[in-house]
Design a protein around this ligand. Structure first.
Ligand code: HDE
Length: 718
């Protein structure tokens, strides 16, 4: 169980940000120069109907500022949402690292966390099938530490030099900028079909992990192997994890596509509302620690970012907790301008030679220069360290700091030798002294040449429904590919992962499973001999890793959304009983009715409506309750949207309960047919009387569950 956090005393980053906050309440409007404005709605003109005057500094200032409001969006991870919070370690990690924020369990380190999709533009949908970014900025006393991770523990490629190709392939195609926020198109699969090292990541990206139910319900991973270094200079390899306390949950693909239309801001809204409602998202921070002597123990290379260390081989120790408890005040100033960088490390944490990480160490500062426009981006309030910054960097666009004194160089005598260099014992960062010896070569290590064994491990470790979803995702994605040769090559690659998987996808595409010709020729330099770079499917010490499946994840009703379909005449007691039971467990209830406004229950009480059938949709909820009452259920039976709502809830395998006459409404839907089918045991459908309590507890505990068994019983028309 997660340990309880102690109350927050003072958040140094919040205090720091407050220095820049502006509040217009009870103030006069001014120009940017502070001059009070008398008329903000009419420009200065030569006569009421005459031309505007150049002299109008108020008009000019307002329009000029507007014209320059936009900055380039992130080249990847453009769309995101973020929140403030804090991190606290459970016990001192001094045995492994000297990092200050991992020593003292009473210390709360402020954090700012940004979640994102990768491929879509800033205005794209949250529910794209995509990897999610999970970037954490720790404002430590020793400076900023950024853990810039994803919700998937591996990556598509082994070397940073291929990143621009990968991203060009997945982004909308350059001739017509189609499709938005989707990998289901020719260029992506063309590249992937020629990049066998991506196959492990592809298994993850085609799984439901790429369709999170909420940012609050997904894992995070540092992906690369990093190093912890302790006070004595002893290093351990470390893999970082974030484990969500609400468990790991996803939506299904049909649902994701519909959410993208009904509420493209679904994840952003979910995060914002949870925090506003005081249901603070929490993750435990996990580490897998590997002594340096075990570097070559696992049959794969720890420097290869397409591999993970199965938790069954090296358990994840949960060493602390992160709580997100404050929404940003301003999206642009904070979420948009925050600048993460895997190279922002503090003493006690260091890199490894993972060639993907090494390339990232260059990319992130470089990208901020073009995105934020100046080397002074570290001075933007959201980016600035809570530890004071002193160095000889000077000037540049938009410099905020006013450096005093004559000397801006080191060494100096004129400034008294300041600022001083810090000894390691004084907290100075000194890179880990790793012995490196080798020829300068443009090559990949033979130890990276196992492209499929962990893809197979991942696929074999999934539950049956999870496997089915991967197969369906591949059928969808490759079905959207127009070039048959690309589909065919992909089938060939999939056969290396799992023959049955390849066959099931091939059947749907009307193709045969055939071996891929020249599998690796494209992956090395023009003079390389492909024979030297053959895939060696390494023997895995385990064939199953239950931790890779979401099936056994913790389930909590907290913050889950339940729809109650109701109309005039609803049995008020039936409605209240379930509403109270859901809310008692921390879930939320919305009354969905034929129109907005209020409905009247069977006792004449008015009940406010939260959403009408027009403005809501089943895909925005986790479960559905149909309360008792003759009149209301008759009215809803006549409404096609209400019937669709029920069918769709069933299709997406969510819990449904019907109380008393609610069963008649259920019977009028497709679910009615299923109920009559004696061979169907109707998992997740609860019919009975709330008055004797029979269905309430069962329904409430089923809210976070998906009853995927239904998918085996044929497709639901919704
Ligand atoms: Fe990134 N990545 N990346 N990346 N990445 C960026 O930096 C890059 C990679 C990740 O919320 C960019 O500020 C290269 C892996 C996240 O602001 C850019 C390579 C992982 C975010 C960049 C990778 C990530 C980024 C774009 C291959 C998981 C969003 C804007 C060598 C461990 C952070 C920016 C936020 C953002 C480059 C691969 C995570 C261009 C060159 C692997 C979460 O610098």
């Amino acid at each position: 169980m997660a340990k309880k956090a102690t109350p927050q005393k003072e958040d140094k980053k919040e205090i720091d940000l407050n220095l820049n906050k502006e509040n217009s309440t009870e103030t006069f409007m001014t120009t940017d120069q502070g001059v009070k404005i008398n008329d903000d709605t009419n420009s200065l003109k030569a006569g009421e109907r005459g031309p505007s005057l150049l002299e109008d500094f108020i008009l000019r200032e307002k329009i000029t500022h507007f014209d320059h409001e936009r900055i380039p969006e992130r080249v990847v991870h453009a769309r995101g949402a973020a929140a403030h919070g804090y991190f606290q370690v459970y016990e001192s990690m001094s045995k492994y690292t000297k990092a200050g924020f991992l020593q003292d369990p009473s210390l709360k380190t402020p954090v700012f966390v940004r979640f994102s999709t990768v491929a879509g533009f800033r205005g794209s949908t949250d529910l794209a099938r995509d990897v999610r970014g999970f970037a954490v900025k720790f404002y430590t006393e020793e400076g900023n530490y950024d853990l810039v991770g994803n919700n998937i523990p591996v990556f598509f490629i082994q070397d940073a030099i291929k990143f621009p190709d990968l991203i060009h392939a997945v982004k909308p195609e350059p001739n017509n900028e189609i499709p938005q926020a989707a990998s289901a198109h020719d260029t992506f699969w063309d590249f992937i079909s020629l990049t066998p090292e991506s196959m492990h990541m592809i298994m993850w990206a085609m799984s439901d992990r790429a369709l999170p139910r909420s940012y609050r319900m997904m894992e995070g991973f540092g992906v690369h192997t990093f190093r912890f270094i302790n006070e004595k200079g002893i290093a351990h390899f470390v893999k970082f994890h974030w484990k969500p306390l609400l468990g790991i949950h996803s939506v299904v693909w049909d649902e994701a596509q519909k959410i993208s239309g009904k509420d493209p801001d679904f994840h952003r809204r979910d995060l914002y509302e949870a925090i506003e409602n005081g249901a603070y998202p929490e993750w435990e921070f996990g580490v897998q620690i590997i002594p340096e002597k075990d570097e070559h123990k696992y049959g794969f290379d720890l420097l290869d970012p397409t591999k993970l260390i199965p938790e069954e081989l090296v358990p994840v120790q949960r060493i602390g907790k992160m709580v997100l408890n404050r929404n940003p005040d301003n999206f642009f100033a904070e979420t948009e301008q925050v600048a993460f960088h895997p190279g922002h490390v503090v003493p006690g944490i260091d890199f490894t030679n993972d060639p993907l990480l090494q390339g990232r160490l260059f990319s992130y500062t470089d990208t901020q220069l073009s995105r934020l426009g100046s080397p002074n981006f570290h001075e933007i309030p959201i980016n600035r360290s809570v530890n004071a910054v002193h160095n000889n960097q000077r000037d540049g666009h938009m410099r905020q700091q006013i450096n005093k004194g004559q000397a801006s160089y080191h060494p100096n005598t004129l400034g008294g030798g300041c600022p001083y260099q810090a000894k390691m014992s004084e907290g100075g960062f000194a890179s880990y002294q790793e012995r490196v010896d080798g020829n300068k070569v443009r090559a990949r290590s033979q130890s990276f040449m196992d492209f499929f064994s962990q893809a197979t491990l991942f696929f074999s470790s999934q539950s049956k429904p999870e496997q089915k979803h991967i197969i369906d995702a591949l059928r969808f994605e490759l079905g959207k590919v127009q070039t048959v040769a690309i589909r065919q090559r992909m089938i060939g690659l999939l056969a290396y992962v799992d023959k049955k998987l390849a066959k099931e996808v091939a059947d749907n595409l009307g193709l045969e499973v055939m071996p891929v010709e020249g599998l690796l020729n494209h992956n090395f330099g023009a003079d390389a001999n492909p024979e030297d770079y053959q895939n060696h499917k390494a023997k895995q010490s385990i064939t199953q890793s239950p931790a890779l499946s979401m099936a056994g994840s913790a389930k909590s009703v907290q913050t889950r959304q339940v729809a109650i379909l109701a109309a005039n005449g609803v049995d008020g007691a039936s409605l209240k009983k379930v509403k109270n039971a859901v809310e008692k467990e921390g879930g939320q209830v919305k009354i969905v009715a034929l129109t907005n406004g209020a409905i009247t229950d069977n006792k004449g009480n008015s009940i406010p409506v939260d959403m009408s059938l027009l403005t809501s949709a089943s895909v925005l909820f986790d479960a559905l309750y149909l309360p008792d009452g003759e009149q209301n259920n008759k009215a809803l039976q006549q409404d096609g949207d209400a019937i669709h709502f029920i069918n769709e809830t069933y299709k997406h395998c969510k819990a449904i309960a019907a109380d008393g006459a609610g069963a008649e409404l259920l019977n009028a839907s497709y679910v009615g047919m299923k109920i009559k089918d004696k061979a169907n045991d109707n998992p997740g459908v609860f019919i009975g009387k709330s008055s004797n309590g029979s269905i309430v507890a069962d329904f409430v505990s089923a809210i976070p569950t998906r009853f995927y068994e239904r998918e085996e019983k044929g497709k639901v028309p919704a």
